[in-house]
Design a protein around this ligand. Structure first.
Ligand code: HEC
Length: 174
């Protein structure tokens, strides 16, 4: 009986030893090489995209600028002043011909609600685009029941781009 148990013990120790050897060898080798090489390899690709982020940001900024030009970053308060300012070149202020706070006709159409109406005037033109065009090229779209060429055609020469944007920003608040 003691012989058997000793043999068994030997077996057990051997088995454990083998298991320990095999067990420790395999898991130790696998994780050590795998994670070490894997992250190291990944470092390179990570650095490349990080560098590429720079041009991506540039593109985003450009896009944002385009949008802001499109959306018009004008000052409505300055636009209101321009709207009411007498211009000797045309002998009128905008306000001479347009009520800012009514829809009724003065000489030209009233501007009340124009901020919303503008987007529906010409298919394919946003409110901003329509308003810009109405000031710079009034004959492109003549408001129904109003005569063409009554609105002065010279505002493209009188106003700077910034002033036009301010006027548009103001008209959109009406
Ligand atoms: C002499 C009168 C007169 C003056 C001054 C005038 N307009 Fe007009 N405007 C008109 C008339 C008339 C129309 C309608 C006929 C047309 O569409 O051209 C009109 C149309 C418009 C429209 C389109 C309105 C709509 O309901 O779609 C806008 C916007 C506009 N004017 C802005 C301005 C601004 C801004 C100024 C000043 C910088 C100005 N107008 C000065 C007579 C005038």
């Amino acid at each position: 009986m003691p012989k058997v148990s000793r043999l068994f013990l030997l077996f057990a120790v051997l088995a454990m030893g083998l298991a320990a050897c095999g067990g420790s060898d395999t898991p130790a080798a696998a994780p050590t090489t795998a994670p070490t090489t894997a992250p190291t390899e990944e470092v390179a690709p990570t650095e490349v995209p990080t560098e590429e982020v720079v041009p991506t940001e540039d593109v985003t900024e450009e896009a944002t600028q385009e949008v802001s030009v499109e959306e018009v970053v004008g000052d409505p308060a300055i636009g209101q002043e321009l709207f009411n300012e007498f211009r000797a070149e045309v002998n009128f202020a905008c306000a001479t011909c347009h009520y800012p706070d009514k829809e009724e006709q003065l000489v030209g159409p009233g501007m009340l609600g124009l901020g919303e109406r503008a987007a529906t005037r010409v298919e394919g033109l946003s409110a901003t685009e329509y308003l810009r065009n109405s000031i710079l090229h009034p004959s492109d779209y003549v408001v129904e029941n109003f005569p063409d060429l009554l609105m002065p055609q010279v505002y493209a020469d009188l106003f700077t781009e910034e002033q036009i944007n301010n006027l548009i920003a103001y008209l959109k608040t009406l």
